[in-house]
Design a protein around this ligand. Sequence first.
Ligand code: ADP
Ligand code: MG
Length: 718
Amino acid sequence: MDYFIQRSNLDKFVRMQASSILASPISAIKGLGPKRAVIIERELSIRTVYELLFFIPNRYIDKRALTPISSITLENSIVQTQGILQNIKLVKQAKGYRLSAELIDNNHRLELVWFKGHQYIEKQLKEGQSYKVYGKVSRFQDRFSMAHPELSQISIQSEQDFRGHIEPLYPIPEKLQKDGITQRLLRSILQPIVKSIDFKLYETLPAYIVKEQLLIDKTSALVHLHAPTQMQETQRALDRLKFEELFYMQLGLLYRKIQQKTAIKGQRFEAVGTPFLTFYESHLPFELTGAQKRVLREIRNDMGSGLQMNRLLQGDVGSGKTMVALMACLIAIGNESQACIVAPTEILAQQHYQDIASKLATLKISVKLLTGSTPKKERTVLHEELRSGALHILIGTHAVFEDMVTFKNLGLAIIDEQHRFGVAQRSKLWKKAEVPPHILVMTATPIPRTLAMSTYGDLDISIIDELPPGRTPIITSHRTDRSRLKVFGFIREQIKLGRQVYIVYPLIQESAALDYKDLMDGYESLCREFPSPEYALSILHGQMSAEAKQYEMNQFENGTTQIMVATTVIEVGVNVPNATVMIIESAERFGLAQLHQLRGRVGRGAHQSYCILMTKDNLSEDARTRIQSMVKYRSGFDLSEIDLRLRGPGDLMGTQQSGSLQLKFADLVDDVALMSTIRALVQALLEKDETLALQEHQCVRSTLQMLMRGKLLWSYIS
Ligand code: ADP
Ligand code: MG
């Protein structure tokens, strides 16, 4: 969703403000002047007084304390002190001038020095007058001095003004400071505004929430930010604005979700149907885990509700998402609909196809595969069967999105590994049915909770947080080249036990040529290390044809080869339960999510499995954290939180989705708990008052209306 408000709407919003001065253009502010107003508008996109209020200080200096010169003892401390000015001296030096003066207080002295701007400063200095100075203290032998202090003369009549205060510092770009948009200027125009009696902002949070959550009201928050009298006030103010920011983010998402649900009809699947029941009762190869059952119930409820399902299914590698997908398809089929599953790679699509087709072999359900390499003749037949409804489940790559592909009645679309498909592609599937199909998006790359609540906040989320029973946790270790021989020895042992091994090389776009060389060199030396006929190796990489890839995969799957040397093509979905060792070369070059995905290729059978991360000796700090985290944590959810800390939300989600992540006050890493609280609160609010009709929610309603229309960041709302 677009969180921006159009200018015209902002105007309306501003007009809602009780005080009319807030709606006036900044050029009307006394003391700013038209020239500087133009600069501020152009460079900071601040047009009205109201917008100016949201130009929030990023730091404060506490100028309340006054340290007598006699008490200055620490070098480098920042102090404010006062005294009488004496001994002004200007000395010519090799380069320029050195201006100095002494500040004297009860026979204690502090030297003040300037190396620049002496003409300007000298004019301000008057011997025998009292001054207050503020700055960093340095020490030469036993004498203290302060270079380029902030300086103000204390006159009897203005003593009041200098009683000491907390001074806000605004994030003014240097360039603007040169144009006269200085800290002093901003302070001088903002202070009178926030201190004026008719300064009152439209309160955007319901009174009962402000009260229950112990928040301060909005007007106080802004007063405190621009003119605090206590340091804690600024924190309370930020807390309030942060709350509001998250409140409207969640409200926007959840409100939209409700609207979508009421606006878009969904196919109602009355019963789970015969195929599901038959499969469940007599073809299920294993007992479902508690989490699988729970998630299936959630899906079942969605599909029976008459509303369109839009659900994100998160489950760690190996948690058994495919079985959930399969059974969801059976519900669709049992309700005279078709289903399709889209995977991001050909290998993955193949794998799903084989997995699902074999499980359904004895049921009268037709499953077919459609990928880029499906021959034309087969394709024509397939298209025909889809249109007639003879084909029940279509599994494929993005070839499925093509316009040629039309269904008789598509009831369920499942997208595996969501992060590889964009939203636009997702919506293409919608158009393939009169009433949009139910959508289930599956991902094995767990999304940190705050991101799930923001980026995917308008989807329902199901989580499989339990692995099938009988899995022994994978042992992960970190090795360098020095242990390579031992690692090879270990591989031999495992192969002797009948197991199989993956060895993965990085393949990064920017260095693809070199990476391919590494892969090939690696493969050759491995061939020497593990010679035939005792050993057989497979190789798999992106430059091979689809048939060659498939051939090598088959060789490995049926156990003809024991070692699979590969790039990350095998990252997603490959399932060979007999493989127990995953060796990742140059592991420091992989991201956490990828490492975790790769590790998930082993540990799929009953045997103890291992993941060995090979790296060079010297690692960057981030790389070390990644490797150590891999050794320490098993759960993809834990790793995703670490990843978020290391990389930040923008990087993690890609630019495409970062729009909704531009928060001004809240932090997606640190505010997990707060975001959950607020989401629950908003949920409760909407449950009670879905249309925001209650009197107490009128402020929410009007604020949300502004927000939903258009083009302005949160920051002006909160
Ligand atoms: P992922 O969530 O990574 O897609 P899969 O669906 O590929 O995981 O499942 C991983 C393996 O676990 C498969 O071999 C699958 O057959 C098996 N599996 C799934 N659910 C169960 C279960 N409830 N009990 C035992 N094995 C299961
Ligand atoms: Mg899977």
